[in-house]
Design a protein around this ligand. Structure first.
Ligand code: ADP
Ligand code: MG
Length: 256
């Protein structure tokens, strides 16, 4: 009897963390007939920095927008912390999305951009003040709080976009090629910032890029997409060392 206890113990390496997100059979066919996402499944562990990579047009943005509810999937389910949220409205999902082009409100200053969502949710003034000052400090935006978006550099806009999502304390933060328009030096600096924020917060990141070297620097888990399919999803070491398909081997290996 005591033996069976031993044999049932999971191996030391077993990862028994909760799946914060599960996607099952997700499919998106746009009204013009384009099959953008083709019956994909994947899961993301709580606290991971997950990077979705794949060539342009493979369905990365469509996937993120389906997770957040901006695009209704044609088929499939999105499960957040064990709860099916496929039909839950975007604003009730507890998932943040940082857009590729930031999408700050041009007529609002930095502070107003950051607090807009909290105020819309009727957060109390105390909560708004406390969260605002935390996030301004974390993103080093204190001195820019009165600026209009047009007075900010790309890197500063990026920090405001991140602050605007983080202040809502989402369970999951989705980032769609957030460093795409920045020069290489700024990209590297922002990567370090993102890693620091990810470490400091209790949030899971899902980060989309077509840049394999960036994926390697950032990811705990990698999901490789191609032609609307998931080719491989797994820990970064596994995807690099034991790629499941020839495409994965070529794509992740082709880092120049
Ligand atoms: P990625 O983000 O990986 O570049 P997307 O998710 O943007 O890929 O696009 C996946 C496919 O869906 C592409 O073939 C793209 O042209 C197509 N697509 C994206 N948005 C629409 C849309 N609104 N209507 C029709 N096709 C679209
Ligand atoms: Mg895209």
């Amino acid at each position: 009897m005591s033996d069976s206890n031993l044999t049932q113990r999971p191996p030391e390496t077993a990862d028994d963390r909760n799946d914060v997100l599960r996607v099952e059979g997700l499919t998106k066919i746009y009204p013009d007939g384009t099959l953008a996402v083709d019956d994909i499944d994947f899961a993301i562990k709580e606290g991971d920095f997950c990077v979705i990579i794949g060539p342009s047009g493979c369905g990365k943005s469509t996937t993120l927008h389906s997770l957040v509810g901006k695009i209704p999937p044609t088929e499939g389910s999105v499960i957040l912390d064990g709860v099916d949220i496929t039909d839950t409205p975007t604003y009730q999902r507890d998932i943040g999305l940082v857009f590729q082009d930031f999408q700050l409100f041009p007529h609002l200053n930095v502070e107003e951009n950051i607090t807009y969502g909290l105020k819309r949710m009727n957060a109390s003034p105390d909560v708004v003040d406390e969260r605002l000052s935390n996030v301004l400090e974390m993103m080093q935006l204190d001195e820019l709080r009165d600026r209009a978006p047009r007075e900010l550099s790309a890197g500063q806009k990026q920090r405001v976009a991140l602050a605007r999502s983080l202040v809502l304390e989402p369970k999951l933060l989705l980032l769609d090629e957030p460093l795409g328009d920045m020069d290489y030096k700024l990209q590297k600096r922002m990567e370090r910032e993102l890693l620091r924020i990810h470490r400091e917060l209790d949030t899971t990141f899902v980060y989309v890029t077509h840049d394999q070297t960036q994926a390697m620097r950032l990811a705990d888990q990698i999901i490789v997409m191609n032609g609307g399919k998931v080719e491989h999803s797994g820990p970064v070491e596994e995807v690099y060392n034991r790629p499941k398909t020839a495409f994965v081997a070529t794509f992740v290996g082709d880092s120049n």
